[in-house]
Design a protein around this ligand. Structure first.
Ligand SMILES: [Zn+2]
Length: 302
């Protein structure tokens, strides 16, 4: 089965200067990915109607005009805006739909999306934490509209996926599982007692870890993946900022540990369509090796 791949130079046009979330990340990942037998998939721009599946239309309108009106960031200088950021963010989110279409046509069994800006901190009402629109949330909703009714999301970025949790918190058709460093951004979400609300109760599972988390400690948390949620598709917020060489956290995950984690996730997926979306990861050599390991595992069907 083929492995789909999304990348386009447009993802370098969200200009953030010296910020750690900059265009060199996707360029670095693309340099690694081009050595693998991946099926390039076309990018496409999310429509405003599609973005409205996951975001308040007022927020979408605000992002569209923010730069023209002189705003250079959302909320604070964590999340920068440049002249083309609205366009680029629409392509990052919309390209997830292109992958779902390819899954649906049976062309691919797995995919890796080398996209930016990242998405998992973007909540329904606002972007934050380097994220403008929530790519994985749009992918999940679009997948559901294409017949993949039950969606499983695993988020292994070192930061809690507060945006994804926010968007699906009352939704029993999507199971959100996140492991992340407890004493790290966004600080006020991600505890174990956040389990969903209303009909969504029990479909949100956070497994935070302490400082200096090691491989065995992280992998053990994955014993808590749900064994009774019969999903149709698995989407992964692949944030590589949990690696030992990343300055943004204290986590001490090794490359062997990451490989084991990716294998655990792929075992969990079984034969079901599985997509990894780039979220964090800022130390470029570490990011390159991490994505290489991920692609080695994705392209190797056991
Ligand atoms: Zn992160």
């Amino acid at each position: 089965m083929e492995v789909g791949y999304i990348y386009d130079p447009i993802f370098t046009e969200h200009r953030t200067g010296d910020h750690i979330e900059n265009e060199n990340r996707v360029i670095t990942v693309h340099e690694v990915a081009r050595h693998f037998p991946l099926l390039p998939l076309p990018i496409r721009k999310a429509t405003k109607e599609e973005l409205s599946l996951i975001h308040n239309p007022r927020y979408i309108e605000w992002v569209q005009h923010a730069y023209e009106e002189g705003y250079r960031f959302i909320l604070n200088e964590d999340t920068l805006l440049s002249e083309r950021s609205f366009e680029v963010a629409r392509y990052a989110a919309g390209s997830t739909a292109s992958v779902i279409d390819s899954f649906k046509r049976g062309e691919i069994g797995r995919a890796f999306l080398n996209i930016r800006p990242p998405g998992h901190h973007a909540e329904r009402e606002s972007g934050q934490g380097f994220c403008i629109f929530n790519n994985i949330a749009l992918m999940a909703r679009y997948a559901q509209n294409q017949g993949f009714e039950k969606v499983m999301i695993i988020d292994f970025d070192v930061h809690h996926g507060n945006g994804t949790q926010d968007i699906f918190y009352d939704d029993p058709t999507l199971f959100f599982f996140s492991t992340h460093e407890r004493n790290n951004y966004p600080y006020f979400s991600g505890s174990e007692d956040e389990i969903g609300v209303g009909a969504g109760t029990g479909f949100n599972r956070n497994r935070p870890y302490g400082d200096y988390c090691r491989d065995d400690e992280l992998l053990q948390l994955y014993d808590d993946l749900p064994d009774d949620f019969d999903f149709d598709i698995l989407l992964v917020s692949a944030g590589y900022d949990l690696m030992a060489d990343e300055a943004i956290s204290t986590a001490q995950i090794t490359f062997d540990g990451l490989r084991e984690l990716v294998r655990r996730i792929l075992d969990f997926a079984g034969e079901k369509p599985t997509a990894f979306l780039l979220e964090g990861g800022y130390n470029l050599p570490s990011l390159a090796r991490s994505v290489e390991i991920t692609l080695e595992e994705l392209t190797c069907y056991h």
